[in-house]
Write a protein that binds this ligand. Structure first.
Ligand code: HEM
Length: 519
C-alpha cells in the first residue's frame, strides 16, 4: 500500500513538473510578442506577466496598468502582459483621442468577453459590435435632459431622506461611514428609476436590494480565479458558466423585472422612470419623443424591439454602472471637504446663496448654476476616478499612426485614466485637492484627453448626466444642513480595495457629522 502510494505520488510530481515546464515554454514564447513588434514593454515575470501585485492582492489590476503608464512616460505607448496575454497601454493623449474618437470604429469593443448564455450580461456595457451599436442608439433617448428632469423628483425625494436619516447622528456629533450612506442613497434612486420599486434601504439597510448591491461588488476567491482564467483565455467565461450554472444574481433581477413589467402592464401603471422607457422599447421599439405630442415617427431601426430579458439586462447595468460610481464620488468628495474646511465653507456659501435666489427650492436650474459645486465634483472625479482604466479592443488589424507598429486584431487596449489624472505634467501636485484646476482658464490650457472620468467618444458613459446630478443633489442636501470633519477613524490618504473593479476606499470613509448651526 505504502509503495503504491509512493509511486502514485512520484508520477503526480513528474506530471506536475512537466506541466510547469510546458507552461513555462509556452509563456516564454508569448513573452516575445512585444519585443517582436518593436514595442517598448515591461519585463514580464513568469507566470504573472506584469500583474503580480494585483494577483497577490497588493493592489487592483487597473492599478497595475497605472504603474505601467508611469514607467512608459515619455513614450507614446508600451506593452505589458496579463499573465501571458499582451496588452497595449496608451500614454500619448493624441493617440488616446484617435482610439476613442477618430478611429473609434476599429476600437468599438471593450474586449471583455460576454457569457451570452446568461441573458443578464447582454447589456450595453459588455456588448460589442453591431449589437452594442443598435442598443446604444435605442437607449440614448432615455438619458436626454428632458428625461433627467422627469426623474429629478425621485432624486429629490431620496436626497431629502438622506438628510433626514443623518439628522440624529448629526445632532450628537457622531462618526458616520459615509460610503455606505451614499451607497444606500444611490441604491434607493436606481431601484426606483431603473426597476420601479421603492426599497428605502436608507431606513432599512438590510433590504434585499442593498444586499444584492453588496454581493455584486464583493470580492471572493472564486472571482479571483475567474479573472485569472479570463486574463489567460477570455473564452473561459463559458466554462465558468457551465460549472457554476445560472447565477443567483441573474435569477433575482430577471424575476424582479418580469414581475414589475407584468404588474405595470396588467394595471396600466405609468411612472416617470427608466423602466417606463424600457417598456416602451419592448413594446414599440422606440421611445416617445420629449416634444409635445409624445409619439414620433418610426424608422427601420425602431422595428427591432427589446425582449423582456433585454429590459432586465439594461435595468441591471444602470444599477451596476450607476450606484457604486456615484456613491463613491459623493463620499470621496465629502472626504476631501472634511479635510479642507475652507473649500467646504466656500461651497456651503454658494449652495446657500443659490438656494436663496431660488426661494429655497432645489430646482434643476439652481443645481446647474452652482459653478463651484461643479468644480468640486470635477476635481473629486479627477483625484478618485471610479473607473480606473478604459478598455478597448481593435476589431481589425491596426497600424498605429506615425509608427511602424501594426496591432493584431483583438489586442487589449488600456487607457490609464487614473495614471493620466495623477500625472504631475498635467495636474501639478496631483495629490493636492484643488477645484480651481477646473476653472475655464486652467481647463483651456490642458489637453482634453488627460481627464476621462466618464470615458470619451461614442462609448462615453451614457449615464454621465444622471450620475453627476444624483451626486450633486446628495452634496447639496448634506452641505446645506451639516458640516463634515475628519474623525479619529479617518485616514488622510486613502488606500483602495485591491480586489475591487471600481475605485473603493479601504475601510470606508469615516467622518464626524454635525449640524451647521452648532459648529
Ligand atoms: C459618477 C458616476 C459615474 C461615473 C464616474 C461613470 C463612469 C463610466 C465610465 C468611465 C464608463 C466607460 C466609458 C468608456 O468606455 O469610454 C461608463 C460606461 C457606462 N456607464 Fe457610467 N459612470 C457613472 C454613472 C453612471 C450611471 C448613473 C449610469 C446609469 C444610470 C451609468 C451607466 C453606464 C453605462 C450603461 C455604460 C456603458 C456605455 C456603453 O458601453 O455604451 N453610469 N461609465
Amino acid at each position: 500500500m505504502g509503495v503504491y502510494a509512493e509511486s502514485c505520488l512520484t508520477e503526480l510530481l513528474v506530471a506536475l513538473s512537466l506541466a510547469v515546464v510546458a507552461l513555462y515554454v509556452w509563456f516564454s514564447r508569448c513573452y516575445q510578442y512585444w519585443h517582436q513588434k518593436g514595442v517598448p514593454y515591461l519585463e514580464p515575470q513568469f507566470p504573472f506577466g506584469n500583474i503580480y501585485k494585483s494577483f497577490v492582492g497588493q493592489q487592483s489590476m487597473p492599478m497595475d496598468v497605472t504603474d505601467a503608464y508611469r514607467q512608459f512616460k515619455g513614450k507614446r505607448f508600451g506593452g505589458m502582459y496579463f499573465f501571458n496575454r499582451p496588452a497595449l497601454v496608451v500614454v500619448d493623449p493624441d493617440l488616446i483621442r484617435t482610439i476613442l474618437v477618430k478611429d473609434f470604429w476599429s476600437f468599438q469593443d471593450r474586449g471583455i468577453k460576454v457569457d451570452e448564455s446568461d441573458p443578464l450580461t447582454r447589456h450595453l456595457f459588455l456588448l460589442g459590435g453591431n449589437k452594442w451599436r443598435r442598443l446604444r442608439v435605442k437607449l440614448t433617448p432615455t438619458f436626454t435632459s428632458g428625461k433627467m428632469k422627469m426623474m429629478f423628483q425621485t432624486m429629490l425625494d431620496c436626497g431629502r431622506e438622506l438628510a433626514a436619516v443623518l439628522e440624529e447622528p448629526a445632532s450628537r456629533g457622531q462618526v458616520v461611514e459615509m460610503r455606505e450612506v451614499g451607497a444606500r442613497y444611490a441604491t434607493d434612486i436606481i431601484a426606483s428609476v431603473a426597476f420601479g420599486i421603492d426599497v428605502n434601504c436608507q431606513r432599512n439597510p438590510e433590504a434585499a436590494f442593498r444586499q444584492w448591491g453588496r454581493k455584486i461588488f464583493e470580492t471572493s476567491p472564486l472571482r479571483t480565479v475567474q479573472s485569472v482564467l479570463n486574463a489567460i483565455n477570455p473564452s473561459s467565461v463559458k466554462l465558468i458558466r457551465l460549472l457554476r450554472g445560472e447565477s443567483d444574481v441573474s435569477k433575482y433581477f430577471r424575476k424582479m423585472v418580469s414581475d414589475t413589467v407584468a404588474y405595470r402592464e396588467e394595471n396600466n401603471v405609468s411612472r416617470n422612470d427608466f423602466m417606463h422607457l424600457l417598456i416602451q422599447l419592448k413594446n414599440k421599439g422606440c421611445i416617445d419623443s420629449d416634444k409635445p405630442g409624445g409619439q414620433r415617427e418610426k424608422d427601420e431601426e425602431d422595428a427591432w424591439k427589446l425582449s423582456i430579458d433585454d429590459v432586465a439586462a439594461q435595468a441591471f447595468v444602470f444599477f451596476l454602472a450607476g450606484f457604486e460610481t456615484s456613491s463613491t464620488t459623493m463620499s470621496f468628495a465629502l472626504h476631501e471637504l472634511a479635510h479642507h474646511p475652507d473649500i467646504q465653507a466656500r461651497l456651503q456659501e454658494e449652495i446657500d446663496a443659490v438656494l436663496k435666489q431660488h426661494d429655497g427650492q432645489m430646482t434643476y436650474d439652481a443645481i446647474n448654476s452652482m459653478q463651484y459645486l461643479d468644480k468640486v465634483v470635477a476635481e473629486t472625479l479627477r483625484k478618485y476616478p471610479p473607473v480606473v482604466i478604459l478598455n478597448r479592443e481593435n476589431n481589425v488589424e491596426y497600424k498605429i499612426p506615425d509608427s511602424d507598429v501594426v496591432l493584431d486584431k483583438g489586442t487589449p487596449i488600456m487607457i490609464p485614466v487614473y495614471g493620466l489624472q495623477h500625472d504631475p505634467d498635467y495636474f501639478p501636485e496631483p495629490e493636492r485637492f484643488d477645484p480651481e484646476r477646473f476653472s475655464e482658464e486652467q481647463k483651456a490650457q490642458r489637453h482634453p484627453y488627460v481627464y476621462l472620468p466618464f470615458g470619451e467618444g461614442p462609448r462615453i458613459c451614457i449615464g454621465m448626466r444622471f450620475g453627476l446630478l444624483q451626486t450633486k443633489v446628495a452634496l447639496i442636501y448634506l452641505l446645506s444642513r451639516f458640516t463634515f470633519e475628519p474623525s479619529e477613524k479617518s485616514v488622510r490618504h486613502l488606500t483602495f480595495e485591491p480586489r475591487s473593479f471600481v475605485l473603493m476606499p479601504k475601510g470606508g470613509i469615516q467622518l464626524r457629522i454635525g449640524n451647521r448651526k452648532q459648529l
